[in-house]
Design a protein around this ligand. Structure first.
Ligand code: SF4
Length: 174
């Protein structure tokens, strides 16, 4: 029943692909944390859903593996001929994710997405203050150490769609 509700919500919001897996098949890799550290997204140490503030690998795994099932969702977006639409595309994905969260807000699910938690305009981590809404914190796939690129390849999902189109991955756990 819950599974059907989730699938219906995914279809109603309108994503491009989804795959169902057992949460035990989620791939975590220390290299993802290392690449977060080297990355320039600006969230490393500045967002409670990103490393090192998201916790160590064991903590992150535990957070996801307490759910038995996972559905990986993909939305393919166009980044622009000269990548000028990156921000716009990110906002489009965030909007779809918000719609999905609203549809499933009363269900016992956890929804994780790309990037750090965006619940507050500015994460309290930047001010060295405690998280303002720890119960509603939005977890990140990469920020939790998940190797979503390897997983998407393994599952035959689209990461690079060509012509400056890429897949943005999200996950519903239940
Ligand atoms: S709820 Fe606010 S303070 Fe907490 S992780 Fe999210 S953005 Fe940061």
């Amino acid at each position: 029943m819950l599974r059907e509700k989730i699938i219906n919500a995914i279809n109603e919001v309108g994503f491009d692909e989804y795959k169902e897996i057992s949460s035990s098949d989620i791939i975590f890799a220390d290299a993802v944390f290392a690449s977060c550290k080297a990355n320039t997204c600006g969230n490393y140490g500045q967002n409670y859903s990103c490393p090192p503030l998201s916790g160590d690998m064991a903590e992150n795994k535990q957070r996801f593996l307490k759910y038995a099932h996972a559905i990986i969702i993909n939305k393919i977006v166009f980044l622009g001929k000269y990548y000028e639409k990156m921000e716009e595309s990110g906002a489009q994905v965030a909007e779809l994710l918000d719609q999905l969260r609203q549809k499933l807000e009363d269900e016992p699910v956890m929804i994780a997405g790309p990037g750090g938690c965006n619940l507050c305009k500015e994460c309290a981590a930047k001010l060295s203050e405690p998280c303002r809404f720890p119960e509603q914190k939005r977890y990140s796939l990469e920020g939790s150490g998940m190797d979503i690129v390897s997983m998407s390849r393994k599952l035959g999902m689209t990461y690079n769609a060509g012509d400056k189109k890429v897949g943005f991955f999200m996950m519903v756990l239940y």
